[in-house]
Design a protein around this ligand. Structure first.
Ligand code: FES
Ligand SMILES: [Fe+2]
Length: 464
């Protein structure tokens, strides 16, 4: 009799810049270990500050089989607690809402907003019992911190300092002032794939040629990606003027005037492919329309750099007229700033100019240890004009193929890959994954960092 292959999580740790063991995506044991050593041990994004703006507002964040309540306890303070009653374990809250104290509906124990117990019904009957100190009957605290309007939690008892963890992302991304952006749309899509497959769909642009060919006429897709501490980023290479077609199309270089028109058309393509309804998506429709109009009005032969400048200032003027902020890329960072960033483990920031798309894959709370089930959050955050943010509305999409009208066209193409990738991961014909060592560095690095949490030093080797 032949010996059974070793499928313990540790045996699945083979990761190189050009190789990843695919069984990391299909093993239930691996998913359990991720729950134990990543989701309950790392900082990760739970909700936005704007979702709990007033004192007493709460947000329940579910990740795998764990649930955490974030509550605003002062104008500038948010606290977080495990969503469980210390009496007999009932979950306390779900969804979002407003409270002035926590109240368990089972036997009516209560806590103030900072989790201190204010009522144990008939407490005297526990007289003399151990494990009934005030601390024992308080809500169990979860660490919380904030960056760029994102509230992060960490369930470990002794988390690494958040300020260290998040580096070096703020140096590149703070100019966007994401803390002032607001939700435009949020799609919470159930996907039949591992959370890592969902996340990785937004970690590289190597797939643009195959998956999004409609962009190639307007966008040269030369790019590379790099590791950044625990995180990663991706860069476009601007060797051709923006608006030029992909070099892989083998077309002759465009004349200045054609390039100008291509650049203007690209604004339109963004609105059509990534916007919903009025075009709001990765950019505000306000910006896209203003830039397109201004650039098309330029005389023939206007040089490309002039067209870009005119487009940008049209966006800025339109933003100012609307009372909105327009980010300015610091010139000294133009060549080094990442065009999208992936904050470990699951916050992808794919920014445009005055808006950004956010992607987050997470194990499905309804089926937490199923490696083939995840929720993919797809979000648009924008710099709205004064008083114009629509407020957060979530579309819960259980069957995206039947609900395509709710999803921007480009993202339908990405969704079309993830479930088919997951099915392929189960094939006995698959011998491992072969990421591109230039354009898919973020993906192999992602797995190296996962290994560090599962089997190594818990990410500490990535500290600067
Ligand atoms: S379980 Fe909460 S008060 Fe009993
Ligand atoms: Fe894509």
């Amino acid at each position: 009799m032949g010996t059974q292959p070793d499928l313990s999580p540790k045996s699945l740790d083979k990761v190189r810049p050009d190789f990843i063991d695919h069984r990391r995506y299909t093993s239930a044991e691996f998913a359990r270990l991720e729950m134990e050593r990543i989701w309950t041990a790392t900082w990760h994004w739970a909700c936005r500050e704007e979702e709990i703006p007033a004192i007493g507002d709460y947000f329940v964040y579910d990740i795998g089989d764990q649930s955490v309540i974030l509550v605003r306890t002062a104008t500038d303070r948010v606290e977080a607690f495990h969503n469980v009653c210390p009496h007999r374990g009932r979950r306390l809250l779900e969804g979002t809402g407003k409270i002035n104290k926590f109240h368990c509906v089972f036997h009516a124990w209560q806590w103030d907003l900072s989790g201190n117990n204010i009522r144990v019904l008939d407490r005297e009957q526990w007289q003399g019992c151990p494990d009934m100190t005030d601390e024992d009957v308080a809500l169990a605290r979860v660490h919380v911190d904030s960056w760029a309007g994102f509230l992060f939690i960490n369930m470990s008892d002794d988390p690494e300092p958040f300020d260290k963890y998040i580096q070096p992302a703020p140096g590149d991304l703070d100019f966007l002032r994401m803390e002032d952006m607001r939700y435009c749309w949020h799609k919470a899509v159930k996907v039949k794939c591992n959370w890592k497959v969902a996340q990785e769909a937004f970690m590289e642009s190597y797939h643009v040629w195959g998956t999004h060919p409609q962009f190639l006429q307007y966008n040269d897709d030369k790019n590379f990606s790099s590791a950044q501490g625990r995180h990663g980023k991706h860069h476009w290479v601007y060797e051709l003027p923006p608006g030029s077609p992909s070099r892989r199309l083998g077309k002759p270089p465009l004349s200045v005037d054609e390039t100008r028109d291509n650049y203007a058309t690209l604004q339109n393509v963004f609105a059509d492919q990534l916007g919903l309804g009025n075009g709001d998506g990765q950019f505000t429709a306000r910006s896209l329309n203003a830039a397109e109009e201004a650039v098309r009005a330029l005389p023939e032969g206007t040089p490309m750099d002039k067209a870009m400048e005119v487009g940008f200032f049209a966006m800025k003027e339109a933003a100012e007229a609307d009372g909105a902020y327009m980010p300015m890329i610091p010139m000294e960072q133009l060549d080094t700033i990442g065009h999208d960033w992936n904050i470990f483990p699951n916050l992808s920031v794919v920014w445009g100019a005055d808006g950004t798309l956010i992607f987050r894959g997470r194990p499905d709370p309804d089926d937490p240890f199923n490696p083939d089930a995840a929720i993919l959050d797809m979000i648009s955050l924008l710099h709205f004009g004064k008083g114009k943010a629509p407020g957060k509305k979530t579309d819960h999409i259980d069957n995206w193929r039947q609900q395509k009208e709710l999803i921007p066209k480009l993202l339908q193409q990405d969704l079309g890959n993830v479930e088919e990738v997951q099915r392929g991961m189960h094939s006995i014909g698959l011998r491992g994954l072969r990421p591109n060592p230039v354009q898919e560095v973020q993906i192999s690095h992602f797995h190296e960092v996962i290994n560090s949490y599962l089997f190594g030093e818990g990410g500490r080797e990535y500290d600067e």
